[in-house]
Every structure is written in structure tokens, then in C-alpha cells.
Design a protein around this ligand. Sequence first.
Ligand SMILES: *[C@@H]1O[C@H](CO)[C@@H](O)[C@H](O)[C@H]1NC(C)=O
Ligand SMILES: *[C@@H]1O[C@H](CO)[C@@H](O)[C@H](O)[C@H]1NC(C)=O
Ligand SMILES: *[C@@H]1O[C@H](CO)[C@@H](O)[C@H](O)[C@H]1NC(C)=O
Ligand SMILES: *[C@@H]1O[C@H](CO)[C@@H](O)[C@H](O)[C@H]1NC(C)=O
Ligand SMILES: *[C@@H]1O[C@H](CO)[C@@H](O)[C@H](O)[C@H]1NC(C)=O
Ligand SMILES: *[C@@H]1O[C@H](CO)[C@@H](O)[C@H](O)[C@H]1NC(C)=O
Ligand SMILES: *[C@@H]1O[C@H](CO)[C@@H](O)[C@H](O)[C@H]1NC(C)=O
Length: 701
Amino acid sequence: MLLQIFTKLCIFVVYIWQNVNCAHHSDAIAHKSVRHQNWQRLEMMDNNGLYWLEWQVKEKDIYFKVTVNTRGFIGLGFSKKDARMSSADMVLLWVDDHTGKANALDCHGSLEHPHGAPIQDDTQNYHVIDGSQNETHTIVEFKRLVETCDPYDIPLSHDTVKVLWSFGNEDPIHGNLDGHGKNRGAKPMHLLNPVFRKQSMTAKQVTHQWDIVVNNVTLEPSMDTLYWCKIVSAPMLKQKHHIIGYEPLLTHISKSDETIVHHMTLFECSTKSYPGSNAASWDVWVRSTGTVCNSNSLTPRDWDSCSTPVAVWSIGSSGQFLPEHVGIPIGGSSGVKYYMLEIHYDNQKALRAIDHSGFRIHYTPEIRPNDGGIIISGVSISDTQIIPPGQKLYRNVGICGPSCSNVLFPEDGIKIISGTLHTHRAGRKMSLRHIRGGKELPRIIEDDNYDYKYQQFHQLANETVVLPGDYIITDCAYDTLHRKRTTFGGYSTKQEMCLSFITYYPKIELAGCYSMTPVREFFEMFGVNQFYSLNMTDVENLFLYNGNLLDYMPNTVYSKSKTNHTDMTAEDMVVEGSLLNKLLISDPVEFHDRTFLSHLNQLPWSEPLFTKRVEHAMITGKHMTFCRVSNESMSIPSEIIRYPNFTTFVKPPSSCTYNLFIDSIQISSSGSRSLANFFLSLLLVRICLRQPYEMPIRSGH
Ligand SMILES: *[C@@H]1O[C@H](CO)[C@@H](O)[C@H](O)[C@H]1NC(C)=O
Ligand SMILES: *[C@@H]1O[C@H](CO)[C@@H](O)[C@H](O)[C@H]1NC(C)=O
Ligand SMILES: *[C@@H]1O[C@H](CO)[C@@H](O)[C@H](O)[C@H]1NC(C)=O
Ligand SMILES: *[C@@H]1O[C@H](CO)[C@@H](O)[C@H](O)[C@H]1NC(C)=O
Ligand SMILES: *[C@@H]1O[C@H](CO)[C@@H](O)[C@H](O)[C@H]1NC(C)=O
Ligand SMILES: *[C@@H]1O[C@H](CO)[C@@H](O)[C@H](O)[C@H]1NC(C)=O
Ligand SMILES: *[C@@H]1O[C@H](CO)[C@@H](O)[C@H](O)[C@H]1NC(C)=O
């Protein structure tokens, strides 16, 4: 009750403040104590090198430095929702042209007036450390708490955040935010993650480059989705070397930043795996331009042995470099001879394009202490992965369990360095979870503000050790509020995936670790016992062996009835391809003569109780796990397991809490601002336990 009254009061106070323009008040504080920061992160915000942002986290504080080509104001903002100012936490920075003093002003956007000037926060949480300007540039160093406990500030976390930037020609003190329209933009970022660089200052290494690109793959407007695979031979290296990192080489559409590449993977091929395969045919494939991936008729069977990833790129990423104690092996007499580059093209705009994208691999002869590798984990791509229409955050999980970790992980476990989480367009929240002995450990990676267009690697501040017997779970939550039909797992970006690409060491013979709802349980869950012409065993085999379920690689089950695979569009794949649309129900009689797909579409998905039950049953029910090894002679059979029982990891509570703040009432002569202070002094305010609440000190104008 009391809380409600106070909340209303707060809204009233906020209303008063909205009439106060941000540009009229400022705190100009200059602590010159912290100089010469060893900035951990550097980012060019615009495309022309006019706006540079440097930052680093030190305990509870985050320090920033902006270097911008202006003598006017500089804006920096953070938004969880979108790239608009109206939902952002902002700071305005400038160096006063007359006094030379640097200023920082804590502001926020106004939802009511999305195009209006930002509004000053009640508490100044950004603090200037230093600043200066010359004829052309302004530099300001400042800091804030990672979590300020001010409802107008976004707590900075490991989640994806849109970083907004702007600058103008005038100091805001003149009440003029001119130029706000032109020089502005936004970039998604993981602010708190460290980023390993190609070269550290201390250890300079000899590095070489290996560029792997496809030869002019042609996309026609009719091709919505294309998976293209090409075999390349390893560079001639007598000794073992280490890959230290990789970057994408992307073909851009005309002069834009855009590309039709959605994701790319470079796989090691194990040429020994198939009897009858010989080096001569691999050399022929190396000279060819490649072909559609995993097509039964076009793709050579031997290419299935190309399953261990060494480089992974997804849309929005800039690639990754490894920390100095880890490298991915390449070359040497026993090294891999051939690699396969797989590119997923997503031609949403129906363009005609010629593409020659690929990877730039950086490697060094200076061997690092540990051999690293990449594994893919998550939900097997199949029609048994479903997301009903009209859902806000519907979850799917993919499990990598003891059947894999007990057999393949060394006694001391594997150490995870980084990971990237992969969904298509409906993904909204993702995490990589870790279970040991009935207890969930801290999330390895967690992004509650997942942006499917920004699939940058999350480099971990602390390596996570995963021991034999542990489970790792890729947990995805999807938004299908605007979809009318069920979304299935699949290769087109209109379908979904739930995968994590995990970089780790020491390297083990594991390429992938997936799970799916077992076929029989899947149909039983929807009350279906039998189909015409095929018994459940047949259906199971169809899904598991003719279908696309063995791993995340695209077997073109969808294109069987077509002769020209490259003409396949996603619509064809979804509608024609779905096995579920071909299965006619014979038992129970109520569903007679419906296809399974039409049965699924008739279910009451708009009933939250029903949908929750299905979601819960799929998550906590049975899972068929697949442990895909890179060495075929060690194959591990798939297994049906139950979802593990565990106590969920609960994040330590935020340091922010609610306290009744009663201050002596200060009444001064100046208008609405002091009225605001008056109300504030009575208010229930969010204050930080760690940081004593500071009453905003303002110089009246
Ligand atoms: C002004 O400062 C910028 C940023 O530090 C620097 O690059 C530039 O050379 C400086 N210009 C002059 C004239 O000193
Ligand atoms: C790819 O196409 C470009 C022009 O579109 C041409 O210059 C280049 O030689 C082609 N590359 C290959 C490998 O065919
Ligand atoms: C990393 O480990 C150190 C030392 O154990 C700990 O103090 C720190 O909080 C950890 N950082 C994260 C992000 O977990
Ligand atoms: C399923 O049908 C196949 C033939 O289509 C048959 O070989 C198999 O024995 C049947 N399995 C069962 C469990 O009835
Ligand atoms: C198959 O697709 C290719 C590439 O789009 C095209 O050149 C060719 O004419 C097509 N063939 C048939 C039979 O449609
Ligand atoms: C595959 O594993 C077997 C058994 O562990 C081992 O003998 C063999 O050398 C491995 N092959 C490769 C190519 O690593
Ligand atoms: C979890 O607990 C339930 C009930 O105690 C039990 O039926 C189930 O088998 C357990 N699952 C596992 C994987 O241990």
C-alpha cells in the first residue's frame, strides 16, 4: 500500500523533472587522480574514425574515454531495447569553450517525447575524471558504477547492449544540441567481456595469414537459403603450428555494410575415415568450386568426415583471437590435410549476388602451451524442435550430458575460453548452463538481451572448467508473438536453431554434442500413436537416418523431390520439406486422416496453460543425446536420457535495494527543481547499499 503511494508520487516527481531540460544543469568535477589507464577495450563508433570509445572495468566501476572530432558536445548512451534514444541511459559530455572544464551530465531519453532533448537524471552517476580539447578534438575521461541503482541508469551487464553515440558542434550549455540528427549511431556490444587481441603488448609473435574463400558463388533472387561447401587443402607446414585467431572476409552487397552470409564454419576433414576414399579425389575436390552442402545426390559422402570446427563466424561477429596460452593446431606431419568451408547464405532481399566470402586464419610457428578446439552443442536440427506461434519467450534446450563428457573429457576437464550462442530470428534470450552433481553452477554465458544480428563471441573473464559427468545445457528462449504458424528447427533463418559454439582447451576428439526430443516421445506428447503406412520404428528411422538429425549439418532432406538443389527456396523447404506434413495419422481415430502438421496447427496454442505444459514437458522430458566424435573409430552411441534434476543457479541479489529515505526537508527559493527535491526527500528511493545515497547537488540557474 505504502509502496503504491510512493510509486505514484515518484511518477509525479518524474513528471516535474521532465520539464527541466538536461542542458541547464551540470556538475563539473575534475578528479585528476586516475590517468594513463591501460584501456582494455577500444572501439571506433562511427565508420570514419571521428568517434572513438575506450573503456575498462575496475571492480565496481567502469571507466570510459571518448575521443571525438568535435569541440562541441559528445553523447554516449546505453539501451537494452533498441537503438533509439527514448529508451536509453545517456551521458552528455563536453569541454567548456571558455573555462576549459570538462563536464558530464547524466541523462535519459524520454519515452513521451522520443525526439525531444534528453532529460537530466535526479542523481549524477557519471563522474568526470579528466578532459581537454584542442582545435579539432575533445577528449573526456569519466566513470560510473557498473550498477548505479538509479532506475534511470541501465545496469551494465554481460548482456548485449546497444551503445548509442552522437556529437555536435556546440557545447550544450548554449541549449543547442545542433547536429544531433547527423552525427549519431548505435552499435550492439558486450561491454563487460574482455576481448583477446591479435597481439598483446608484451608477447609479439610471428604470424602468418591463410585466406580461405569460396570462388564466386552465385546466388539468384529465387534462392532464399543456400548452404555452400568447399574443400580446401591445408597450408604446407612441415611442423605443427597454432591458429591464434581468425576474422571473416566478407563480400559486401554493393557499397553497403550488408552481406548475405549468415554464418560460416571451417571444419577439419578426417580423410582416413571412409574406406575407398583416397587423396586423389580430395585433390579433385580442392580444385572444384564446391557444391551444395549435404545434398544426397551432389555432396560426396566423404565430406561427412568434415565435422570438427576450427573457425566459426556468425552474423555481427568480428571473429575471435585466442588467449596467449592456447592455439588450435594446424600443419605438421600428422596434421589435418583438408578442411571444408561451409557458408550459410541468407538471401532475404532476393538479390542476385556473387559472393567470395570466407575466413582469414592467423597462425604462428611459435607453439603455445595448449592445443585448443571448438565444439558445437545444443539442439539437433530437426522438426522435433518446435516453437508454437504467439509466444513471448518459449524455451528449447539442448543437452550435452555424461554420455559424452564421461567418455571424452580428460580427468581435469576442459576449460572453456569463449563461446557464441546461435539462433535465428526468433531468439531473444540465450544461456549456456552448467550442471554438476545436481546443482547448477554459474551460467557459463548468459545473454538476456540476445540480438540475433550480433553474434559476437563472449570471451570469458574466467575460464570455466567442465568436468567428466557434468552437463552443459544450451537454453534458448524465442519470441513468436507475430507468427501465425509453428516454427520448426531448420536451416533457413525463418526456422530456428539453438546452438552454442564453444572454444576450449585441451583439444579432445569431440566435434559436437547435441540432443533432441526422441521421435516416439515427440508424437506421443501430442497424442499420436500411429501413422498410415509407417510404423513408429519406420518414422524414427526416417527422422534419424534419412532426415537431418544426426548433427547440425544440413542434410538436404528438404530437397529430395527436386533435381535442382540450388533452386530451392526456404518456402519450398518449409512447406514441401517438412516430414510432418507427409505423415497421415491413423491412431487415435479422433485425428484420423489429418497430417501431423495440420494436427499440430489445430492445437490450442493460444491457451497459455496448454502451451506451458508442452514447453515444460519438452524441457523436462526425455532427450536423445548425440556425441559426435571427430575420430570415427571412437563412435559413441546415442542415448536417451532424462533432463537432469538440479537446483537452479540463483544470481546473487543485486546490491540495489529499497529503503525509506528521509532527509531533512530543504526548501530553497528556486521553482520546480526544489519542489522535486522536496518530494524526493520523502520518497522511497532505490539506494545502493555499497554506495551511500548522494543527494544531487545542483547549481541553480
Ligand atoms: C587534437 O587531439 C587529437 C586527439 O588526441 C589528436 O589526434 C590531434 O592531433 C590533436 N590536434 C592538434 C592540432 O594537436
Ligand atoms: C570472381 O569474379 C570477379 C568479378 O566478378 C573476377 O574478377 C574474379 O576473377 C572471379 N574470381 C574467380 C576465382 O573466378
Ligand atoms: C574471476 O575470478 C576471480 C578470482 O577467482 C574473481 O574474483 C572474479 O569475481 C571472477 N570474475 C568473474 C566475472 O566471475
Ligand atoms: C515396422 O515396419 C517394418 C516394415 O515397414 C517392419 O520391418 C518392422 O518389423 C515393423 N516394426 C514393428 C515394431 O512393428
Ligand atoms: C539449376 O540451377 C542453376 C543455377 O541456378 C541454373 O543455371 C540451371 O539452369 C538450373 N537447372 C534447371 C534444370 O533448372
Ligand atoms: C582414433 O582413435 C583411436 C582409438 O583411440 C586411435 O588409435 C587413433 O589413432 C585415432 N585416430 C586419429 C586419426 O586420431
Ligand atoms: C528426477 O527426479 C524425479 C523425481 O524424483 C525422478 O523421477 C527422475 O528420474 C529424476 N531424474 C533424473 C535424471 O535423475
